[in-house]
Design a protein around this ligand. Sequence first.
Ligand SMILES: NC(=O)c1ccc[n+]([C@@H]2O[C@H](COP(=O)([O-])OP(=O)(O)OC[C@H]3O[C@@H](n4cnc5c(N)ncnc54)[C@H](O)[C@@H]3O)[C@@H](O)[C@H]2O)c1
Length: 435
Amino acid sequence: MSQHMDNIPSTPGKFKSDKYHYIHRFRSHSSLAKLILWSLFFFSVICFFFLLSPTSPTSPPADRSRRVLANYTWGGPEWEKKVRQSARVRSDHGHTVLVTGGAGFVGSHVSAALKRRGDGVIGLDNFNNYYDPELKRHRRDLLERAGVFVVEGDINDSELLRKLFDVVAFTHVMHLAAQAGVRYAMQNPKSYVNSNIAGLVNLLEVCKSADPQPAIVWASSSSVYGLNSKVPFSEKDRTDRPASLYAATKKAGEAIAHTYNHIYGLSITGLRFFTVYGPWGRPDMAYFFFTRDILTGKPITIFEGPDHGSVARDFTYIDDIVKGCLASLDTAKKSTGTGGKKKGAAQFRIFNLGNTSPVDVSKLVSILEKLLKVKAKRRVLPMPRNGDVQYTHANISLAQRELGYKPTTDLESGLKKFVRWYITYQSKSKKKSSW
Ligand SMILES: NC(=O)c1ccc[n+]([C@@H]2O[C@H](COP(=O)([O-])OP(=O)(O)OC[C@H]3O[C@@H](n4cnc5c(N)ncnc54)[C@H](O)[C@@H]3O)[C@@H](O)[C@H]2O)c1
């Protein structure tokens, strides 16, 4: 029998060329083959009945409420218990918040801050590998120790989202899950459409049908100002000339959010973040990989605009962004709809959250050199046309007025905290110690 098995070719191509030889041998061993066939038939019948029979009392009961989608497992009594515990509010008038992108840079900081002040929080993240998922897992571990459960799943999974809304009556959704990064859109454009457009629509669909409907605060981006040259950027400025697919998906997100506000009465606040940096930050961002490359002696590339014009960013420290997010949640009015039907006009807001003091990228490098006590190997090149813009500068007067938003961390103080974290994180990672 083992000889027969060996003769069965492993690829369909090989099977065709050996067909005649195979049939001939089959006939010459017909009685043996019949025996094998009958044995196989009986074996299959036994297996079939075994699978249909109820689970034996000694084996653990099958958990029919667990679901698996795209390698994520969720559901079941233990899972629901964790969700409920994490969502429990521990302060008077606290919110119950679903934070999408909870294992991300901004999402992990916002989740921790909400939990610290007594709000109920559930994170949701698909732990994708756009950058090292290990960093996301370390953030998740820290959150878990603070009492925040980060569910592993995708915002495109309607069944999971509906389940979360069944288990918890969320008052707010802080939507931060997205495909971030400007340059990566040229490599993987579909990931932007999948998370920033399809995922957003899926989330809004579930939110609009939830009862009660939550208020939604979500991250747009300063990139929507695209090719505008009038600075500082104000919320009233045009946003119809994106320079990257990332920016285009954020702009589309703002239009989609407006539609759900208009038709279904969802309360929606869009936040246009300006280059957020700080501890537990994103390795794809310049301040992060400059630090890594300066320390390892690798040359770093600094881009310049036309006529040697400098490239500058309105770098905003993570704690200031977190304060802006929390203030947005606290001032968000309730959604007005129920069961997918609008009952009245709902709040719709858009705010810039920046620092209002742009800094040249070459100055950023000088600050890092000073903090790291290492000279960078600089290479200056003209800016490629890959989606980046030359200059960003936020006008934050609207957020100041309506949210009491007031950034307090300058770039040097913020980078000092980042560098301290970076060095500790690297040494702990090398030693594989716990977080
Ligand atoms: N960091 C910045 O400078 C900046 C600037 C402007 C806007 N933003 C926006 O702020 C938000 C948070 O950014 P960040 O810097 O924390 O980025 P991040 O990549 O660290 O966080 C986003 C998280 O969302 C998760 N995610 C992505 N697609 C998902 C999906 N389909 N389902 C579930 N989870 C998914 C990722 O795994 C990641 O952990 C994003 O919407 C981003 O576009 C960030």
